[in-house]
Design a binder for this molecule. Structure first.
Ligand SMILES: Cc1cc2nc3c(=O)[nH]c(=O)nc-3n(C[C@H](O)[C@H](O)[C@H](O)COP(=O)(O)O)c2cc1C
Length: 199
């Protein structure tokens, strides 16, 4: 069953919302692409943290010392690719990033995040920096005691939130009887242009 274009779009947003709510969902860990500071493409896996279908907004967490943060600050255009291997469905999204650090949005997500999500932000120096030996880049005393508020608090300085406003969604479904694809584009006022496309 494929349904109408409108049903396809609705199902895509429902699947995205489900992925933000559950670790088991296949769309939970999309690949985020950005333009590198030298203009070359960059891509990496991220966790989908929140979805607001009405605003077409997707929320991700990252470290403000990471390369992707600097890249999005320089060029907020971003792509997200999701793949569900069981259903053989791919979603390709394009959007514009709003960056939140040391503001109300970042603080609210930080306070709501469980310790395991906050832990990586304790690394020193930041993601991508060279280490003398393999390891998490987090000083061992952290792992010796409980992960209480006092231990995790320094990570708040680096915790950052990316909110992507989506303006394009491409749906692709691989099927033995013939693949299918559709494209949805929203203009600045939110008006939608939708159509079936050759897969
Ligand atoms: C399953 C998985 C989930 C990940 N989730 C995130 C995430 O939510 N945020 C993030 O910044 N990095 C996440 N990473 C790490 C990134 O893929 C990447 O290695 C790191 O953020 C540095 O990327 P950058 O140098 O391009 O900024 C995840 C990696 C994996 C394998």
């Amino acid at each position: 069953m494929t349904g109408t274009l409108s049903e396809v779009a609705q199902a895509c947003w429902a699947d995205l919302a489900a992925a933000a709510a559950s670790r088991e969902e296949p769309f939970r860990t999309p690949v985020l692409s950005t333009a590198g500071l030298d203009g070359a493409p960059e891509a990496r896996t991220v966790v989908l943290r929140a979805v607001d279908p009405a605003r077409r907004a997707l929320t991700l967490f990252t470290d403000s010392r990471s390369a992707k943060w600097a890249e999005l600050a320089a060029d907020p255009r971003a792509g997200l690719v999701f793949y569900d291997p069981a259903r053989q469905v791919q979603l390709r999204l394009a959007g514009t990033a709003a960056l939140h650090r040391d503001d109300e949005t970042a603080r609210a997500y930080w306070l709501a995040a469980p310790p395991a999500v906050r832990l990586p932000y304790l690394c020193q120096p930041g993601p991508g920096a060279a280490l003398d030996a393999a390891g998490p880049g987090i000083a061992p005393p952290v792992f010796a005691g409980p992960l209480g508020e006092d231990t995790l608090a320094p990570g708040a300085a680096f915790f950052a939130v990316i909110v992507l406003s989506i303006h394009r969604l491409q749906w692709l479904s691989l099927r033995r009887m013939g693949n299918m694809a559709a494209r949805f584009d929203w203009d600045e006022r939110g008006a939608l242009t939708a159509g079936w496309i050759v897969p």
